[in-house]
Design a protein around this ligand. Sequence first.
Ligand SMILES: N[C@@H](CCC(=O)N[C@@H](CS)C(=O)NCC(=O)O)C(=O)O
Length: 219
Amino acid sequence: MPLTLYAHPFSSYCQKVLTGLYENAVDFDYRLLAPDEPENGADLARLWPIGKFPVLTDGGRTLIESSVILEYLDQRHPGPVRLIPDAPDAALQVRFLDRFFDNYVMTPMQRIVADFIRQPEDRHPPTVAEAKALLDQAYDWLEANLGAGSWASGDAFSLADCAAAPSLFYADWVHPIGTGRPKVAAYRARLLARPSFARAVDEARPYRHFFPPGAPDRD
Ligand SMILES: N[C@@H](CCC(=O)N[C@@H](CS)C(=O)NCC(=O)O)C(=O)O
């Protein structure tokens, strides 16, 4: 039975997992979560009542949470690109950076986007201001800590880059990295040029008009 991924191309966490799948050309059945395919949403609700996606199934096994899905793929469906390095210290650094991008870039980015989905009278400017301040801290930390290698943790593309790609991609749309952080901006550009992530971004282009704050005319 092939791997099955419940996902939507415009979702940032789905792009994180799709990037890992495309890196290693892993075969999978794409179950699009869309109103005109309600059976996929019903399956998702059964598999994971919390309702967040992506969710991956492999035979009778269900994998939930993007980082866990990618680690599972690295263990059970490995390819030439190792998403978690074997060396324990290097693996810890990759897992730390994965948490960094999810918690301090993806999460504030999603908070800002979520505020645009609220009715105007329910919008909450202090939450948006806090999220932007956290993004500034995260961008500054990255600018100071990105190493000389091409990727988040040196010269090998990893789980950390899968997390970085969609988080920096969308975060820059809602709160620009700006010209004062050239290393972060260059890293984001390298991620966008990586064929696996470029493919995920291309697959999401038809949905750009759904981006609640409005998608900029670039990338
Ligand atoms: N921690 C989860 C986050 C997943 C997540 O937030 N997914 C979003 C799409 S990017 C979602 O399910 N949104 C729909 C909802 O919240 O109901 C992961 O890493 O997979």
